[in-house]
Design a protein around this ligand. Structure first.
Ligand code: ADP
Ligand code: MG
Length: 395
């Protein structure tokens, strides 16, 4: 167990908080403030504890130097709106100007540092940059779940130099993802989709020993269909993963787990939103056609029945090209099935979270992870460096 906010006395302390404010911008406007909202509980808690709240985040990919389009000012404005109070902002994340601004802060004030990725030392986890950041504060709080899989100066570097505890968002993510994967209430169903087998290989390997049902869909299902000797036409496949797909099916069978594949699919002439398309059984896919959605009616019925009898469901990876409406049906129907089910449901992955939003069911899912890459790494059963670096709670 890692130390959390309740394990530290923040009163009158300078608290450096790593948040994930890597939000989409249109010019100088934040177009989606979900990530800022997600950090509010921790920020408000620290304000109420009379701490000096010093926030830092990366934004975009400025490449280790100042890039005007990635300044944090629009984020500071948005945060000020959401908090209904002033948020101070500095033009760098370290140095004299920053130290002076912090000296002027009153207890309960909030200050946002400039984009950490303006310094090459951020991604390089440079000890000098980490030291300069750590010198600004008395204690470090990490609440950037979305960056927890990265060992950067503002995530792991400062955590090694200051007392370091988890914020509410990280705590909530760990509880939800842990509940679904560590000791899931059975039957446990894992749905894995997405574009490529190679992206999801380690997730499948990790989950196969825990799940009762493994439902595959999306581009990765194609390689498994090919491994079963089926014709997949012009579908996206990874020939070099066919053997691996066979091994996985064998390993699953040996463990008494069934790898469940689509029975019917939506095929299209071209990878295009307005392409000619039709629904066919998986043994009727022919040359000149490609599978763009796993969601034929038979497949959806089968997958929904399994979800209905499950007590835990995790989902990572859309089962079709849901960005195009003609090929979104499978993913949308599955999202609705998950929303209707009584199961404890957890969705991880950047595109998967976007699909849940598109289906409009984010409030009916037990937990939609805010971290794309971080949740994937969690599903892979691999440690997250940003979490590992936090202080352990003595038992
Ligand atoms: P996540 O971000 O949730 O982990 P991935 O990044 O692995 O998901 O995959 C998402 C992408 O997979 C989507 O953008 C979707 O268009 C694509 N995809 C799903 N099914 C197919 C398919 N049959 N052929 C090609 N691409 C697909
Ligand atoms: Mg993705």
């Amino acid at each position: 167990m890692k130390k959390a906010l309740k394990d530290f006395n923040f009163k009158n302390k300078k608290v450096l908080v790593r948040v994930d404010f890597n939000v989409p911008l249109d010019g100088d406007k934040v177009t989606d403030d979900t990530r800022i909202e997600a950090a509010l509980p921790t920020i408000k808690f620290l304000m109420n504890e009379d701490a000096k709240v010093i926030l830092m985040s990366h934004l975009g990919r400025p490449g280790g130097k100042v890039d005007e389009q990635y300044r944090m000012d629009p984020v500071a404005d948005k945060l000020a709106d959401l908090l209904g109070r002033e948020v101070y902002k500095t033009d760098d994340s370290i140095g004299r100007e920053v130290e002076e601004a912090i000296e002027k802060m009153d207890d309960g004030d909030v200050l946002l540092l400039e984009n950490t990725r303006f310094h090459p030392g951020e991604k390089g986890n440079d000890p000098e940059y980490a030291k300069a950041l750590a010198s600004l504060a008395d204690v470090f709080v990490n609440d950037a779940f979305g960056a927890a899989h990265r060992a950067h100066a503002s995530t792991t570097g400062v955590a090694e130099l200051l007392p370091a505890v988890a914020g509410f968002l990280i705590q909530r993510e760990l509880e939800a993802l842990g509940r679904a994967t560590d000791n899931p209430e059975k039957p446990y169903t894992a749905i894995i989709g997405g574009a490529k087998v190679s992206d999801k290989m380690d997730v499948i390997k990790n989950i196969i020993s825990r799940a009762d049902y493994l439902l595959l869909g999306g581009g990765i299902a194609n390689t498994f269909l090919l491994a079963k000797g089926l014709e997949v036409g012009d579908s996206l496949v990874e020939e070099d993963r066919v053997e691996l797909a066979k091994d996985i099916m064998d390993e699953a069978a040996a463990k008494g787990i069934e790898v469940i594949l689509p029975d019917d699919v939506v095929v299209a002439r071209e990878f295009k939103a307005d392409s000619e398309y039709k629904v066919v059984d998986v043994d009727k896919v022919s040359k000149g056609w490609q599978i763009l959605d796993s969601g034929g009616p038979k497949t959806l019925k089968k997958y929904k029945d399994i979800i209905e009898k499950s007590k835990t469901v995790t989902w990572n990876g859309p089962i079709g090209v849901f960005e195009m409406d003609q090929f979104a049906k499978g993913t949308m129907e599955l999202a609705k099935a998950l929303a209707e089910s009584e199961a404890y449901s957890v969705v991880g992955g950047g595109e998967s979270a976007a699909a849940i939003k598109k289906a409009g069911v984010e409030n009916e899912i037990s937990h939609v992870s805010t971290g794309g890459g971080a949740s994937l790494q969690f599903f892979e059963g691999k440690p997250l460096p940003g979490i590992e670096a936090l202080d352990d709670l003595e038992e």
